[in-house]
Design a protein around this ligand. Structure first.
Ligand code: SAM
Length: 518
């Protein structure tokens, strides 16, 4: 979870508490299990003693929700410094509370750590692109992607039209997937607060098996809705009555699934069917634990492969499993036929994977107030730790599978553990055998010092390559293999990026940028 205020809002909701940000901290306060986790993962506990960690906000680029740093400074009564080189980001004192600020309530600013912003910039979102955000909630990055698509010049967000009119001019879209319904609710609320909901749809689903391709029928749906509007207007004029007027607003839930355009094959024929399908495909999570849910349409073989960690082969598309009802979608995206075809893979995918959140300093320190028991339950439970790398691999594999050839996948976490970062990326690259390559990232971007990445575990790479390992899992190769292994490990270290709070004065963050070759 990011150390931003929007994420804080979620955490506050979960806990129902009134956390205050502890800025100074004694390491002795950390619970023993967490200290041993840090030691095992070679994470320096001193990161939690950084006392002057700034807070960052992003100014909404929407021309109707702009605010200048000077105006924001007046509202907050504190210094607001634009971050050179990272458009719309500003730095504030770490003690600033955003929630009561009018600009925050109006959706003029987003709380978002700089490292998260750099993850989105690494996607290099272009106008008209279709982006998939796996593990999207509560939605800081998703909102930034939606903002880049909505305010990119090509895509006009015309607020001057009547408020109940659809904005029909979207070309690029962002699809967010998260397993947690209540976190998705926050995501939806954020999209609405920042008026970004027109180009975004959300699915409650397991990101390791999610299979919905990018929207494929925007033009057809747009035409149908426009025809509906024209027809409705004509009828209105003829009858001189408001009866039969079609509501053009964007109701949030799927109760309106039948209204508006139905788009050809596969469209849900009634809202009750749609609901039923939703509940068949996805069981909402009750406790925000890391639950893996299988799409009902997987064959037993696919299921078995999944359980063994072979999430498809990184490219193939499973047969269509019927339409999956979105958790939220504006009308123009709600009735997409969800065509299953190679040509509807996403241009860009971000996998901001579920992790132990140990790099999210402000968040971790809040457990001082909330109680470390809940921290243990949420993040350190042994079964959760044991299954985390599998989950992260599965999320990355599936994100890659849904990316078009030539597209980009960004893998990120807010953990500083090697097992959740370099090891996952190295395992993945080894499995993909040349179909995926690491792309350079801007080291020292914006003058922020990055930390050295860690050397991925050789036995994980060896096992991903199918090389013989000893009973204890260790691997020893020929001289030539050893040299290749060394080269591969160094390559992963060189190409990935780490923010360590001690050096960067941001949250702890890991980032890899992967291009899909085929
Ligand atoms: C680090 S947070 C994501 C933060 C988010 N990207 C943002 O910028 O606000 C990780 C998210 O992963 C979600 N998650 C956990 N397991 C998942 C799964 N199997 N499939 C999809 N989402 C999952 C959690 O509910 C949580 O919201």
């Amino acid at each position: 979870m990011d150390s931003d205020s929007d994420c804080d809002a979620v955490a506050m909701n979960i806990q129902g508490g009134n956390a205050s940000q502890a800025r100074t901290f004694s390491l002795e306060n950390l619970p023993a299990e967490f200290v041993s986790f840090l030691a095992k993962n070679e994470i320096d506990p001193a990161i939690y003693t950084v006392i002057d960690l700034p807070r960052y906000v992003r100014l909404n680029p929407d021309p109707h929700l702009t605010i200048t740093p000077q105006e924001l400074e007046k509202q907050l009564g504190t210094k607001v410094e634009p971050v050179p080189g990272l458009e719309a980001f500003c730095k504030l004192s770490g003690s600033v509370k955003l929630r009561n600020c009018q600009a925050y309530k109006d959706g003029r600013i987003f709380g978002m750590d700089l490292s998260s912003g750099i993850a989105v910039y690494a996607l290099d979102v272009q106008p008209g692109e279709h982006v998939l955000d796996i593990c999207c909630a509560p939605g800081a990055k998703l909102c930034m992607v939606a903002g880049l698509l909505t305010n990119s010049g090509n895509v006009c967000s015309d607020r001057s039209r009547a408020s109940n009119q659809l904005q029909m001019d979207i070309t690029g879209t962002v699809t967010g997937v998260d397993i947690s319904a209540h976190r998705l609710s926050t995501c939806r609320a954020l999209l609405k607060r920042h008026r970004l909901q027109q180009c975004a749809r959300l699915f409650q689903a397991d990101g390791t098996t999610f299979s919905v391709m990018r929207p494929s029928a925007l033009d057809a749906i747009r035409a149908r809705i426009m025809a509906g509007i024209a027809k409705s207007k004509a009828e209105q004029q003829a009858q001189n009555t408001t009866q039969g007027k079609r509501s053009l607003d964007d109701s949030d839930d799927y109760s309106g699934i039948d209204s508006g355009a139905q788009c050809g094959n596969g469209g849900a024929s009634s809202s009750s069917q749609a609901r039923q399908q939703f509940h068949t495909n996805y069981t909402p999570d009750a406790d925000n634990s890391v639950k893996r849910q299988m799409l009902s349409g997987l064959t037993p073989q696919q299921r078995e492969d999944q359980e063994r960690g072979h999430v498809f082969n990184g490219t193939e598309i499973p047969p269509s499993q019927g339409k999956v009802v979105p958790f939220y979608a504006p009308k123009i995206l709600r009735n997409d036929p969800q065509t299953q075809s190679e040509s509807y893979k996403y241009d860009k995918v971000i996998v901001d994977a579920e992790c132990t959140h140990d790099g999210s300093i402000a968040h971790i320190l809040k457990y001082e107030t909330w109680g470390w028991d809940s921290f243990h339950k949420n993040f350190m439970a042994q079964d959760r730790l044991d299954s985390l790398a599998d989950l992260q691999r599965g999320l990355l594999m599936n994100g890659f599978r849904l990316t078009k050839a030539g597209g980009i996948v960004v893998y990120s976490t807010c953990s500083l553990s090697r097992a959740q970062n370099e090891d996952v990326v190295a395992w993945f690259l080894a499995k993909m055998q040349g179909r995926a390559v690491l792309e350079p990232l801007p080291k020292h971007a914006l003058g922020i010092p990055t930390a050295n990445c860690k050397k991925p575990c050789r036995s994980i790479v060896a096992s991903a390559l199918g090389l013989q390992t000893a009973d204890d899992g260790s691997w020893q190769g020929s001289a030539e293999q050893e040299a290749e292994m060394e080269q591969f490990q160094n390559h992963v270290m060189d190409m990935c990026l780490r923010y360590d709070p001690l050096a960067s004065h941001t949250s702890g963050f890991f980032l890899a940028r992967i291009r899909k070759i085929a």
